[in-house]
Design a protein around this ligand. Structure first.
Ligand code: HEM
Ligand code: NAG
Ligand code: NAG
Ligand code: NAG
Ligand code: NAG
Ligand code: NAG
Ligand code: NAG
Ligand code: NAG
Ligand code: NAG
Length: 324
């Protein structure tokens, strides 16, 4: 309990400091210009999730990819006629949930035309995806505006690599003003969702060129992945959290702790002293409240990355406009 309280105090202090640095976003930014918009979004998502609960993972990841590439400005939504937008960075990027954001945008436009940004809808949707997966329900900051520049090259350079170690990942996060704590906490988003074989199968096929597998993996887990993902299998998916794929909980950290981190970047967390200490703390069921509090803080931090506010950017009627 003492450590729980300590984390909470640290969390609140950190978020207060950060909010002084960036006063442009605020809670309930639309309270007068589009009252009730957060309820509208949440109600629409309730229906979407009732039909497909797995899309929650997609929406959480979409906000992350948006924020890491040119800031949280909905540029991930933009389409390109010549295939050079962020979303074209890797044909098998496997992001999902675009159509959910667009459908909600239609409802929001009907209530308040040209007031609420796509970027804010994405931040709300990520928050609601976590809440409806039995995760923390935090207050989301709003007031972002949308960018209309979306370039494949930015996505290739700014997103963290799935085979990165903590040194590499820390650098990628630092460029976004995010700390090692944010890195390990936000990796906890992998408590939801799946990865396709090509994202990790190099770990079980000929890892160092002698027909071997990543020695860091728990052997039976590696064997199962090897059986599931033949080298030419691009389509099969495997849960990122071996315990509870669809529930926002400590199952991801328990997996990583046990050598069953699916991605190289997941497993890497337990091999660094700082992030490893967090993984082992989170391996204890009594740490759930700490994880929830930390996750809320780090999501708010991520939601501030490179935002456009005030008169920068635009509010557009359709998120997935075609540029170029
Ligand atoms: C630490 C750096 C990170 C790396 C290297 C990474 C990489 C990946 C990869 C490779 C996948 C699987 C893609 C596929 O094969 O289909 C994935 C899935 C996912 N990522 Fe991450 N990720 C990172 C951080 C994050 C963060 C910060 C979030 C959100 C806050 C996040 C949320 C998700 C979710 C929810 C999924 C599952 C998506 C689905 O089921 O459709 N990831 N990530
Ligand atoms: C409502 O919005 C206005 C302008 O964005 C802001 O100044 C005010 O603090 C907000 N009030 C509440 C209760 O959030
Ligand atoms: C992408 O996936 C498809 C099948 O879903 C596969 O045919 C293709 O080779 C993959 N491309 C890359 C670059 O991995
Ligand atoms: C992390 O990966 C980078 C790039 O592959 C490498 O240069 C570095 O030595 C690695 N660091 C550790 C601690 O393994
Ligand atoms: C493993 O990699 C080595 C070196 O690239 C290669 O010579 C060998 O044929 C590979 N083995 C398999 C089973 O793919
Ligand atoms: C889990 O954490 C609680 C509270 O901090 C502690 O009392 C307990 O010993 C821990 N359990 C394990 C297995 O580490
Ligand atoms: C990081 O913080 C600095 C100082 O507050 C700010 O100028 C910069 O725009 C931030 N970078 C991102 C990507 O948010
Ligand atoms: C991009 O947004 C700016 C405002 O920030 C606007 O002047 C410009 O016309 C927009 N361009 C496109 C292609 O929508
Ligand atoms: C795609 O279109 C953009 C904008 O018109 C242009 O700058 C870029 O060079 C084009 N890229 C390719 C590969 O055609």
């Amino acid at each position: 309990m003492a450590s729980c309280t300590r984390f909470l105090i640290f969390a609140v202090a950190a978020s207060l400091l950060a909010s002084f640095a960036r006063a442009d976003l605020q809670y309930d930014f639309y309270n007068t210009s589009c009252p009730g918009v957060e309820t509208l979004v949440r109600d629409a998502l309730t229906e979407v999730f009732a039909a497909d609960s797995t899309v929650r993972a997609g929406l959480l990841r979409l906000h992350f990819h948006d924020c890491f590439v040119r800031g949280c400005d909905a540029s991930i939504m933009i389409n390109s006629n010549n295939g050079t937008a962020e979303k074209n960075a890797d044909p098998n990027l496997t992001l999902r949930g675009y159509e959910v954001i667009e459908a909600i945008k239609v409802k929001v436009e009907a209530a308040c035309p040209l007031v609420v940004s796509c970027a804010d809808i994405m931040a709300m949707a990520a928050r609601d995806a976590v809440k409806f997966s039995e995760g923390p329900d935090y207050l989301v900051e709003t007031g972002r505006r949308d960018g209309n520049v979306s370039m494949m090259a930015d996505a290739l350079s700014d997103l963290p690599p799935a085979d990165g170690n903590v040194t590499v990942l820390t650098k990628v996060f630092a460029v976004k003003n995010l700390t090692m704590k944010d890195l390990v906490v936000l990796s906890g988003a992998h408590t939801l969702g799946v990865a396709h074989c090509p994202s990790f199968s190099y770990r079980v096929h000929n890892y160092t060129g002698v027909g071997d597998e990543d020695p860091s993996m728990e052997p039976e887990y590696a064997e199962g992945l090897n059986a599931k993902c033949a080298p030419d299998n691009f389509a099969s998916v495997v849960p990122l959290d071996t315990v509870t794929t669809n529930e926002f909980d400590l199952g991801y950290f328990q997996s990583v702790y046990a050598g069953k981190g699916l991605l190289g970047s997941d497993d890497a967390l337990r091999h660094d002293s700082l992030t490893g200490a967090y993984v082992s703390l989170m391996n204890n069921a009594s740490s759930l409240d700490t994880f929830f509090a930390d996750f809320a803080v780090s999501m708010i931090n991520m939601g501030r990355v490179g935002v456009l506010t005030g008169t920068d950017g635009e509010i557009r009627a359709t998120c997935g406009i075609y540029v170029d």
